[in-house]
Design a protein around this ligand. Structure first.
Ligand code: FES
Ligand code: FES
Length: 156
């Protein structure tokens, strides 16, 4: 059954009529053209599809569009601050936190959620927060370093 929904996406109001069962991931990528959010596993195991819904990081491959009426959604496309890269994005670039970049949008969205609640996380806290985000290229040392460096920039 189709359902009209209205939500905020990266600060802008969006209205769509969607099949109730359409996944948020597919809505974002296939209907709206926000292809920054990636599909890895499609089963909630890899974190590549992480977006923020009402301030919380979620796997968009597990969220039904019909649940999104009134939601406030942020994707990787909304992470920049005006024309500037977000400090977490800057730190990933500087520290080599991405190779193919496939996992990177999900890593960035999860890191943002961590740093919103914890301004000075330990390595252990960063690794725990990112434990649901899998990377097959970079290894995790550079990613952890990037999150620490971003935290330091954001504390200034
Ligand atoms: S694609 Fe959603 S968790 Fe892997
Ligand atoms: S940078 Fe390629 S999967 Fe993480």
């Amino acid at each position: 059954m189709n359902k009209p929904i209205q939500f905020t996406l990266n600060g802008k109001s969006v209205s769509r009529t969607v099949p109730n069962h359409r996944l948020l991931l597919d809505l974002l990528r296939d209907e709206i053209g926000m292809t920054g959010t990636k599909e890895g596993c499609g089963t909630g195991d890899c974190g590549a599809c992480t977006v923020s819904v009402n301030g919380k990081p979620v796997n968009s491959c597990l969220i039904l569009s019909g649940e999104l009426d009134g939601a406030d959604i942020t994707t990787i496309e909304g992470l920049k601050i005006g024309p500037e890269l977000h400090p977490i994005q800057q730190a990933f670039v500087q520290d080599g936190g991405a190779q193919c970049g496939y996992c990177t949008p999900g890593m960035l969205m999860m890191s943002k959620a961590l740093l919103d609640g914890n301004k000075n996380p330990t390595d252990e806290e960063i690794r725990y927060a990112l434990s649901g985000n899998l990377c097959r290229c970079t290894g995790y040392a550079k990613i952890v370093q990037a999150v620490k460096d971003a935290a330091a920039i954001m504390r200034k």
